[in-house]
Design a protein around this ligand. Structure first.
Ligand SMILES: C[S@@+](CC[C@H](N)C(=O)[O-])C[C@H]1O[C@@H](n2cnc3c(N)ncnc32)[C@H](O)[C@@H]1O
Length: 200
């Protein structure tokens, strides 16, 4: 199973959400791509952060497309169900946990709120096909995935992301990842303390 958890690198995700939310508040059909989403912890974290930083109406105009190569073929079911064991939910701040999760009737299992669940749509996708799942994304999040790729593959995948973003769209990657010099000119860095970029 892929290593991940709810509210992982909250600092970066929250910065991205807080920067993007005001810019898309009046728009319909706002698209986000979470590439390498594992079992849904990251896209659901993003959805909770957007729900907390946007009005209810604006939030309903947002769709998070969560994709993964998922060699186990289990992620889709987990994400559609939106049910996670209590021990996986410990890092979620108490107020948000109580607001967005309810016991689902089975011991130690919690179901994510349907308003959050409805904003996340999963599909299986291999980044190395270099075929994007769509275009005009306002944000692409790809964290703790690029490090597994070869340097040349990483450049191609980042260029694919760049082509799939709207002008000024946000790109978020993991803290340990620097943009390869061949792709760095395609983005400006939003802040020095997070791997948060905008399409030039
Ligand atoms: C360490 S997990 C990261 C999960 C989440 N993004 C996070 O940061 O917590 C890496 C994920 O990347 C996925 N992955 C690896 N290679 C991929 C590829 N070529 N295309 C799409 N997903 C891939 C794995 O299946 C795994 O779920």
């Amino acid at each position: 199973m892929a290593f991940t958890y709810f509210f992982r690198d909250l600092h970066t995700l929250e910065l991205g959400v807080k920067n993007m939310a005001p810019l898309v508040a009046g728009r319909s059909n706002v698209k986000i791509w979470d590439a390498g989403c594992a079992m849904g912890q990251e896209p659901y974290t993003l959805a909770i952060l957007f729900a907390e930083n946007m009005g209810r109406f604006a939030f309903k105009n947002l769709q998070i497309y969560a994709t993964d190569i998922d060699e186990s073929n289990l992620f889709e079911k987990i994400i559609i169900n939106g049910v996670y064991p209590e021990k996986e939910l410990k890092r979620i701040p108490k107020d948000l946990f109580e607001k967005y999760f309810k016991p689902n009737g089975k011991a130690g299992q919690y179901q994510i709120n349907h308003l959050i669940k409805n904003r996340v749509r999963y599909q299986s996708h291999d980044l190395l096909t270099l075929e994007p799942i769509g275009e005009n994304f306002s944000m692409i999040v790809c964290k703790n995935v690029l490090l597994h790729l070869k340097y040349e593959e990483r450049i191609k995948v980042i260029k694919m992301f760049h082509n799939s973003l709207t002008p000024g769209g946000f790109f978020i990657t993991e803290q340990t990842q620097r943009l390869p010099k061949e792709a760095a000119h395609l983005f400006t860095r939003v802040t020095s303390d997070a791997q948060l970029f905008r399409k030039v």
